[in-house]
Ligand binder design. Sequence first.
Ligand code: ADP
Length: 264
Amino acid sequence: MYTLGIDIGSTTSKCIILKDGTEIAGKSIVVAGTGTDGPHLALEEVLKDAGLTRDDIACTIATGYGRKLFEEAEGEVSELSCHARGIHFVFPDVHTVIDIGGQDAKVLSLNEKGRMMNFVMNDKCAAGTGRFLDVMANILKLDISQLEVEAAKSENPASISSTCTVFAESEVISQLAAGTNLPDLVAGICQSVATRVASLVRRAGVREKVCMSGGVARNAGVRNAMAKELGVEIAYNDMAQLMGALGASLYAYDKIKSGENTAQ
Ligand code: ADP
């Protein structure tokens, strides 16, 4: 039996198809979020990846910022619940989740069973979110995936003192003009995101094991800076951006299973 989870974010649409609630049969990531054709493209891509058609899918659950606008799903579940569920599936011993997406950052505290006990969130300011990195990558004419490559070459990370994205943008342009080398500048940019989000993590409480999820977790420069800031190891898996979609697919599996139980 196949179930599908779709996570419609502010910038990116992500899908996971699970076989029998345990095995990943297909995945897709399309860089176009809510209000675009991203969700439908992601749906097409994941079916192609799994070699399936819509008729093969027993249930679809939507999550993420744009979940309410997606009519093809049988239900919707909040992104916090889906994230917690997906993370617990991949990392059963994680207690603190640092999720940095395209327009917000959240820190979730999970109990032993993977249930969310508490969360803190920044959705007011672009600094400390993927948006900050997207703006900086654009100024530096780098692809977002190149930031970690440049940061890894840095020997002396630049200090970005502005806490506001708009001011930091001018600061980066001035530092470039003043001759700061690219790797040091990029490392400083990654550090700036980590510093901002680390204060959110401290507010939530740092209970190990700690992991990072969301698109920004794909950037090793931010992960390493975060590990140093918090003085803990950061667990990471290449499914990081797909945790919400994974959780949604697990909820879709539950929905079918509970329906079967009722029918019995
Ligand atoms: P949302 O759900 O809000 O759309 P995501 O969790 O999908 O957010 O994360 C999107 C962010 O992830 C982008 O704003 C971008 O900064 C970052 N990102 C996406 N792909 C990569 C990559 N390959 N390397 C580093 N960062 C990435």
